[in-house]
Design a protein around this ligand. Structure first.
Ligand SMILES: Nc1nc2c(c(=O)[nH]1)N[C@H]1C(S)=C(S)[C@@H](COP(=O)(O)O)O[C@H]1N2
Ligand SMILES: [Mo]
Length: 396
């Protein structure tokens, strides 16, 4: 552990040889997460045990999200001691013909590589706005990313393994450690139905933005299921179980990552059997330029930029309002580079006179469904808040 940890923080641990095995150097009890994970100093830390870190809207301005502004959502402790040369992934479960193990090298050499930009948004992004409040990380708007992932198609590997036709769901197993440090417990073990597992864009990825995946984001192997709650994109993947029923791993059961099957009033208690698993994420957008609080002079126009996404669907149109939603204007909206990648929009705004304005952004998906202007459907765990994003602008 010490040697890998020393590489992480970029220093040497003097006298490490004489440390007892269970001794944790002070530096690991209180590391600088920005340096440790290579994050922008403007990122917001929501929790350190486990690490949960979110972006601010303007940090997400890049078309492809770099590591420095990618949110971190961990349910357990980051695995240490990763020896890539010994890394394997095992396929098992009721619905494999027989279980099969691949080394990372097998995966990389046996199967064709594909690269896609894929949007990953935490199901709880926007939770901080629900009322009554929902427990959990109080994400504002920054638990979303769209990086470029390279790997092999899960589908190609499943076909090589041999899957029975009673397969219903896959469940992932990661190498991270349960917060209790109980080795028999998994921090999280979620998955997707077979049709999502078989999609061309569902990857077992070993590269992010052309480089090894950063440790916090799942090095050396990650499942990436774009457009679905990012909790289905398992990090540090050691195994995939192919199940003959809905996977029943950690955090598959209500209330985790589920919403009431029928809408409820704010604050209602909902029985487990009336909660449904979240699948595709809803339509949403973010204004990433300028940063909220921008000031311009009267007569100047303002260029705004941002991204829009809609789970499994494409975004059809993008609008902005400078009068709190009373009237809307059209933004220029680009097509996605590939399915499940976020789309970029921009607009040039002219303000009628001096004053305080808010610029609101509203995306509409290809089914004609738009973002609500205020927090939608209350649910016990505060998932799926896709309300319009807004920034403040002052015209002097
Ligand atoms: N093994 C493992 N995979 C995981 C998690 C985790 O804690 N352990 N967190 C999930 C959740 S809830 C989210 S939102 C995403 C976050 O991905 P990121 O930290 O790379 O942004 O990873 C998912 N995959
Ligand atoms: Mo998440």
């Amino acid at each position: 552990m010490l040697s890998s940890a020393a590489t992480l923080i970029g220093g040497n641990i003097i006298y490490s040889a004489s440390m007892p095995d269970n001794y944790t150097p002070l530096v690991f009890q209180d590391p600088d997460p920005y340096k440790l994970f290579g994050k922008d100093p403007e990122m917001t830390i929501l929790n350190n045990k486990p690490w949960n870190i979110e972006a601010k809207a303007h940090l997400l301005n890049d078309n492809v999200t770099p590591n420095k502004s990618m949110f971190v959502r961990n349910n357990g402790l980051i695995p240490q001691d990763i020896d890539v040369s010994k890394w394997t992934i095992t396929f098992d479960g009721e619905s494999v013909v027989s279980s099969k193990t691949y080394t990372l090298q097998d995966l990389k050499t046996k199967f064709k590589h594909y690269t896609y930009q894929l949007t990953l948004e935490c199901g709880g992004n926007g939770r901080s706005e629900f009322n009554p409040p929902a427990k959990g990380n109080q994400w504002t708007i920054g638990a979303v990313s769209c990086a470029e992932w390279t790997g092999v198609r899960l589908k190609d590997v499943l076909e090589d393994v041999g899957i029975k036709n009673n397969a219903v769901y896959i469940g992932y197993h990661g190498a991270d450690i349960h917060l209790s440090k109980d080795p028999t417990k998994e921090a999280i073990s979620r998955g997707v139905p077979m049709y999502k597992a078989y999609q061309e864009e569902t990857l077992l990825a070993f590269k992010m933005n052309g480089e090894d995946i950063p440790l916090t984001h799942g090095y050396p192997l990650r499942l990436v299921a774009g457009g679905w709650p990012a909790s289905t994109s398992g990090k540090w993947i050691k195994g995939i179980s192919v199940r003959d029923k809905i996977h029943d791993g950690a955090k598959m059961k209500a209330p985790s990552y589920t919403v009431p099957c029928n809408t409820v009033s704010p604050g209602d208690k909902v029985k487990e059997e009336n909660m449904c698993i979240i699948e595709s994420m809803p339509v949403k957008s973010l204004i990433t330029y300028p940063k909220t609080g921008a000031m311009i002079n009267e007569g100047e126009s303002l260029n705004i930029k941002g991204h829009a996404w809609a789970g499994e669907l494409a975004v059809k149109s993008m609008a902005y309002s400078i009068d709190f939603g009373a009237t809307w204007n059209t933004c220029v909206l680009n097509k996605p580079i590939n399915r499940l990648a976020w789309q970029h929009f921009n607009a040039t705004i002219k303000f009628p006179k001096k004053g305080y304005y808010e610029v609101w952004a509203k995306a509409t998906d290809e089914n004609g469904v738009s973002q609500p202007m205020i927090v939608p459907g209350w649910n016990p765990k505060g998932y799926l808040n896709n309300a319009c994003h807004r920034i403040a602008v002052k015209v002097k």
